[in-house]
Design a protein around this ligand. Sequence first.
Ligand SMILES: Cc1cc2nc3c(=O)[nH]c(=O)nc-3n(C[C@H](O)[C@H](O)[C@H](O)COP(=O)(O)O)c2cc1C
Length: 360
Amino acid sequence: MFISELKIGDKIAKLPIIQGGMGIGVSLSKLAAAVANAGGIGIISGAQPGFKEPDFRTNNETANLRGLEKEIRKARSLAPTGIIGVNFLASVTNYSDMVKLAVKEKVDLIISGAGLPKNLPSFVQGTSTKIAPIVSSSKAATTITKLWLKKYDYLPDAIIVEGPKAGGHLGFSFEELKNNMPKLNDIIKDVVQAMKDFEIKYNKKIPIIAAGGIYDGQDMAEALNSGAAGIQMSTRFVATEECDAHENFKQAYIDSTDEDIDLIVSPVGMPGRAIRNKFVESVEAANEKIKFCYRCLRGCNPATAPYCITEALIASVEGDIENGLVFVGSNGSKVNKITKVKDVMQQIIEEAQNYLKKEN
Ligand SMILES: Cc1cc2nc3c(=O)[nH]c(=O)nc-3n(C[C@H](O)[C@H](O)[C@H](O)COP(=O)(O)O)c2cc1C
């Protein structure tokens, strides 16, 4: 056996595969439970999880808390013995209340990025919930680790290292993404090295998880060879029967070519990766107007933001893929059919095992 299970504290996943959180509404209870049941770790997106609630616009914070609670409970009932987590953007305005609810609901893992989740340990100390920050460099990994140690005497339970090929918001500058793209496996090696001293000093293993552009077994094997304890995949899980997005969203992946996948500017100024469509062109032509503000993201000013990311993401996940924002990873064009979560996972593990066997 060349592929080991993934241990995050006392949580043990048979397969070292985490399904990345995909907001808004792309990864909810159905996808997360399917991944957990197949032996991986399923992650519910904590980005505006109340978007289906009738009072989502009028009572946004309460609707989101209610939506999140429903999704966690649904995932638990669909995968009673599986490992279920939630992904929260560190820059959302209702971060504390949402994290507290997830901890109260006893989720196994909270993954948090798009900014450093500086106070995340304060919500989980003394509970069974594990926490993992998302970083894009060894410098960020060291910064958050030192900060958590100093303020909370807490070492990350795992670290997700997201490289430049990921979908959604990206932790790199446009210059890096266009002209000088760092390699995920190089960043993995750096982070593994940077965490070694902490692991020895505090006698705690910090599994490093590779994310961004991992599509097949060879990608997985190479990440493991670089020192990763597991992988996080998102794009590959979108075109599955169990993915929570509208069928049109999945079809947009299947229909996409490399030329359709492009970098965009998110309203918070961060680069992101999405499918080029009517909406992206309209943003570029400065034709979009904000009609309503949810005040959901710190750093997003409705007076200057070019569009409302919440409205754009909800439109696409509900099926309007021309007038909404369709986030996708750089390997999105490789997706060519709808599959089942279990089959995707089995195939990747088999391929990775074969690749590693050949090497030995
Ligand atoms: C549709 C979509 C939505 C995403 N939304 C989020 C999100 O809300 N929060 C987050 O931390 N990452 C988000 N991501 C990033 C993924 O969780 C993941 O780390 C990354 O896409 C992995 O690369 P891959 O898609 O090539 O597998 C999103 C990715 C996609 C494709």
